[in-house]
Design a protein around this ligand. Structure first.
Ligand SMILES: [Zn+2]
Length: 627
């Protein structure tokens, strides 16, 4: 009996030892098989293939694949819903659509997850977190070389902080990058069909002012004593846009909107999200019935929540009562869809006495926030509205902006607010994030910002400094310490707490006394001169460091244009004439050359290609008084 107990104890010790560590590959060999379910889905097949490919790239060993119909052996990597004792207890509904599990069980390794992408996300998370692989950019993947792969005991269950995650940067729409960083897309820029049927500003699509403006003016906004049907010229003068909004208490409006929405859904039944949302203006209906609902559900007196348009026009943010009443009615007609609506400008303030239906998505937009401080402290009105909405629903999408729109290549030191913002939004029950970066190629630190944001959308509490250091080392090689020094210097001189707020619509001249002062720009140049020398022999990295320098050139050129003369101006005065400084023209050509070489498509959102920038700047140097 004693011997039996000793034997059992010995077995237990052996078992514990093997449970603590498994070795997938050793000395150029692997006893393992990657096992898929006999009726594997495409995601499971892809997940197995990706794992096999990367194990080969790391070790030079091809681990064979097989199916769970084959006889079980101890050394197996179980991918997805395989039929094995180690997976039978797993409750798949716990994963939602994207959650994942990586677990060792005896000698087995289990990688599985939710019904949509959880399994492939599981494989990429395994490669990243446990094997040290990194996807820094679509074209920059780091794969360590190893002769041995040993794993500790792992029991890693992960759910995303945000259920919907889009990093809107052209650089991310690469199939592997999107799967690696677990990203979605509202558009068709990703590889897959979007889950969004309509995105924003859809009232005019669902009830067309050109179709009904003449015959039924009562369908449209009433204010200043009359109905505002029809259209007005749009901002670019090339097309038209709706003059106002819809009269949301008119019963015919509900019927027409629902009829047209149903027709659109019938064409794309797979899409889950359908935006039924205000047009892009603040001209909401103040007819007797709409105004009564707005007043009934208003949480504030009109004068307490005055907002202003980009043009400075003031208006009370009172419109949500009538809008939400209407949207809830639409949502009741489409219980299997999520009806998304904007809480934006005149509808941003959360109402009182009415809550959104479960299948209503509230989309908030932080366009007005300054980017010096985290939004919780730096934009209190927005933060208050968001907290209020978080008390009414967790079906909230926030559309945030993370770059300087008006000058895509200007230095924009907002890296230190990205994490507190995402943590704040997550705490207040935001479940979906659309992080708007650059719709064009390039832009200041595009790959760095896309990388950090994407990882924080899954988990906003990651160790950001560690993540940033890894990126800098992986992407900028020997120049990493210099790029880090530049980033720190730039951010240390950001205008936190200062009167000039750093907005997404600003320009370099706004910051010429702070983080773009003459003294700092020359320090930045010294850093980049040093950095470029270090990477002369690695052409790929050299190009990346030059790209990181473009904003310093751009800021110098823009400030030179704004100042014209003086130490920072574009011209010397010689014999009472403005003569372009040779250094400015040289910098201009260097700047445009590198933009063209690296595929930078625009210098400002929607406007100004590098070629146009060159032409305009040369015209300015030739004739400064014409500008
Ligand atoms: Zn009305």
């Amino acid at each position: 009996m004693k011997k039996l107990i000793q034997l059992l104890l010995l077995l237990l010790v052996c078992h514990t030892l093997t449970a603590q560590k498994i070795t997938l590959v050793k000395k150029g060999k692997s006893p393992y098989t990657i096992v898929m379910p006999s009726k594997a889905t495409l995601v499971e097949i892809e997940a197995a293939k990706v794992l096999q490919d990367y194990l080969y790239r790391i070790t030079g060993v091809t681990v064979p694949t097989g199916f769970d119909t084959a006889e079980e052996k101890p050394e197996e990597i179980l991918i997805g819903k395989v039929d094995r004792p180690q997976t039978r207890e797993i409750v798949y509904s716990d994963f939602g659509r994207d959650g994942l599990l990586i677990r060792t069980a005896g000698k087995k390794l289990v990688i599985t997850g939710g019904y949509k992408k959880g399994i492939i996300y599981g494989v990429y998370t395994f490669l990243d977190k446990y094997l040290g692989c990194r996807k820094f950019a679509a074209e920059v993947t780091y794969v360590p070389k190893k002769t041995v792969i040993s794993l500790p005991v792992i029991d890693d269950f992960q759910l995303p902080a945000f259920a919907f995650r889009e990093t809107y940067y052209t650089e991310v729409y690469d199939p592997e990058y999107m799967n690696w960083h677990k990203l979605h897309s509202v558009s068709t820029r990703g590889e897959e069909k979007s889950e969004w049927g309509y995105f924003v500003h859809t009232f005019h699509t669902l009830l067309n002012p050109e179709e009904y403006g003449q015959t039924n003016p009562e369908y449209f906004s009433y204010y200043n004593g009359e109905r505002h049907a029809g259209t007005v010229p749009s901002w670019d003068g090339k097309s038209v846009q709706p003059a106002a909004q819809l009269c949301l208490t008119n019963p015919d409006v509900l019927e027409i909107v629902c009829k047209n929405l149903k027709a659109a859904i019938d064409k794309r039944p797979e899409a889950l999200y359908w935006s039924v949302s205000q047009n892009d203006n603040v001209n909401y209906c103040r007819c007797e019935h709409c105004a009564a609902l707005d007043e009934k559900y208003a949480a504030f007196k009109p004068e307490e929540k005055m907002l202003s348009t980009h043009g400075g026009e003031k208006y009370p943010a009172l419109g949500m009562g009538s809008l939400l009443t209407f949207i809830n009615q639409v949502a009741d007609r489409f219980p299997d869809k999520i009806i998304s609506t904007l809480a934006y400008q005149y509808t941003r303030v959360p109402p009182k006495g009415i809550v959104p239906r479960k299948n209503v998505n509230i989309m908030l937009c932080s366009i007005e926030s300054s980017r010096n401080d985290p939004m919780e402290a730096g934009d209190k009105p927005f933060a208050e509205d968001l907290i209020g909405w978080g008390k009414l629903t967790d079906n909230i999408l926030v559309w945030d902006y993370v770059i300087r729109f008006s000058n895509l290549l200007a230095p924009f030191p907002n890296l230190r607010i990205l994490q507190p913002n995402l943590q704040f939004l997550h705490r207040n029950r935001v479940s979906a994030m659309f992080e708007q970066g650059n719709r064009d190629r390039g832009g200041e630190f595009a790959n760095l910002r896309a990388y950090l944001i994407s990882r924080m959308l899954w988990n906003p509490d990651i160790d950001l400094q560690k993540e940033m250091d890894e990126f800098l080392n992986g992407y900028y090689g020997a120049a990493a310490p210099d790029i880090k020094e530049y980033i720190n210097l730039l951010h240390d001189h950001n205008q936190a707490g200062m009167e000039v707020k750093m907005s997404i619509f600003g320009k370099p001249a706004d910051d010429k006394e702070t983080f773009l002062s003459e003294a700092l720009l020359s320090r930045y140049n010294a850093i980049f001169d040093r950095a470029l020398k270090k990477v002369e022999k690695t052409p790929d990295v050299y190009v990346r460091v030059k790209s990181a320098r473009l904003p310093v050139y751009y800021a110098t050129l823009e400030i030179a244009k704004a100042e014209k003369t003086g130490p920072r101006g574009a011209f010397d005065i010689i014999d009472n004439k403005l003569v372009p400084k040779p250094g400015i023209a040289a910098m201009l050509h260097e700047f445009v050359y590198h933009c063209v070489r690296t595929g930078v498509s625009r210098i400002a959102e929607w406007h100004t290609t590098p070629k146009e920038y060159l032409e305009k700047y040369i015209a300015f140097l030739e004739n400064p008084d014409a500008q």
